[in-house]
Design a protein around this ligand. Structure first.
Ligand SMILES: Cc1cc2nc3c(=O)[nH]c(=O)nc-3n(C[C@H](O)[C@H](O)[C@H](O)COP(=O)(O)OP(=O)(O)OC[C@H]3O[C@@H](n4cnc5c(N)ncnc54)[C@H](O)[C@@H]3O)c2cc1C
Length: 323
């Protein structure tokens, strides 16, 4: 029987540190506990929400009126140093298999210990491997789609559930997107990864470079990472200006949302306790007092200006819950 708690604040469980309470809340460390928690929600006709590391989420100020099921890594905090012994991450015949609630960085470090290369780009991205697969997380030219062999997922339809194994080609991965993002009734249970044999030294060096790059370019503080997706722009004047100013090509018409927001003069713009970062304009930073309403207003102002001035429709990358 899962340990169901009531009225649990959600803000501390997200990197943005914003949001009201969950009416019901439980934490699970493996597939059996997750299935029990979902049974509880289905039996009691509660809406449920699967929370990973909370690094891509904005909970509303009133919270979530159902059951929040938080997926956690299999190791308890005092075992965390023994990453290689985590029950939830295994290596068999060259394939890494991990429980969806494992921390993404723990998976990357596990791969490094086994001298398997290909996931170095993901070091420093907060959240779980399940959340990363769902959003096809990516950085520095890498993305989850390149390493996923298959995904074991639970399909929920009405009060019936069914476990399905999806091979990479059936996961419909595209830029920050996947089958699991499009279909909320699919919950990722575990993930298999195929990586290349690599040298420990090369992997370590690459990871060090990426950590350095992140700390130089990414703002510190409470945020949910990049707030908007990078849009595809078809306005030739905007594309020309981008290429002239940055010396970069807008491949497929894709322009960084942060560049557009900066160009429009929003760096440092504040609404209540939230501000557009001075370091990276696609990061909204909560000074510790921001409400979800502050964030929605700031996002709305930016979206309207983008539409009027650049004919660009910005789409949120961050998931809004409980609105
Ligand atoms: C400082 C910072 C830097 C970041 N840098 C990057 C970056 O470089 N690249 C990048 O792609 N992202 C980046 N992000 C965004 C974020 O870390 C990723 O999107 C991450 O993969 C989200 O995982 P999570 O476990 O935190 O998901 P959550 O935020 O907990 O959840 C996000 C969504 O995924 C769903 N979800 C979670 N687990 C599962 C599951 N097992 N099955 C089905 N659905 C699930 C949730 O229901 C929710 O809809 C950054 C965020 C921060 C705060």
């Amino acid at each position: 029987m899962p340990d169901i708690q009531k009225n649990i604040p959600l803000a501390p469980l997200t990197t943005f540190k914003i949001g009201g309470p969950a009416r019901y809340f439980t934490e699970v460390r493996n597939e059996t506990e997750l299935l029990e928690a979902l049974d509880f929600a289905l039996e009691n006709k509660l809406e449920f929400f699967v929370l990973g590391g909370g690094s891509n989420i904005l909970f509303s100020d009133k919270g979530f009126d159902g059951l929040v099921v938080r997926l956690q890594g299999s190791a308890s905090s005092d075992q965390k140093s023994a990453i290689g012994n985590q029950e939830g991450i295994k290596l068999a015949r060259g394939i890494i298999e991990c429980w969806a609630g494992e921390n993404l960085s723990s998976v990357v470090n596990f791969a490094k210990e086994k001298q398997l290369a290909g996931m170095e780009w993901a070091i420093g991205i907060p959240g779980t491997i399940g959340g990363a697969v769902r959003g096809n997380a990516g950085a520095f030219g890498g993305e989850m789609a390149n390493s996923v062999k298959s995904v074991r997922a639970l399909e929920i339809s009405g009060d019936r559930t069914n476990i399905i194994e999806y091979e990479n080609g059936n996961c419909n991965f595209s830029y920050r997107n996947s089958l699991f993002k499009k279909n909320r009734n699919l919950i990722i249970l575990s993930v298999k990864l195929t990586l290349e044999k690599g040298s420990a030294e090369d992997i370590e060096n690459k990871m060090r470079e990426i950590i350095k790059n992140r700390s130089e370019h990414q703002p510190k503080g409470f945020s949910s990472g990049s707030f908007f997706q990078n849009p595809i722009v078809d306005n030739p004047e905007v594309l020309e200006e981008f290429e002239r100013e940055t010396g970069k090509k807008a491949l497929g018409g894709v322009i960084p949302a942060g560049w557009l927001i900066e160009e429009a003069g929003f760096k440092g713009k504040k609404i209540g306790g939230v501000m557009v970062s001075e370091k990276h304009a696609n990061f909204f930073i909560n000074n510790g007092t921001a409400t979800a309403e502050n964030v929605i207003i700031l996002a709305g102002i930016i979206k309207q200006k983008m539409r009027e001035h650049y004919s660009v429709l910005l789409k949120e990358e961050v998931v809004f819950v409980g609105f």
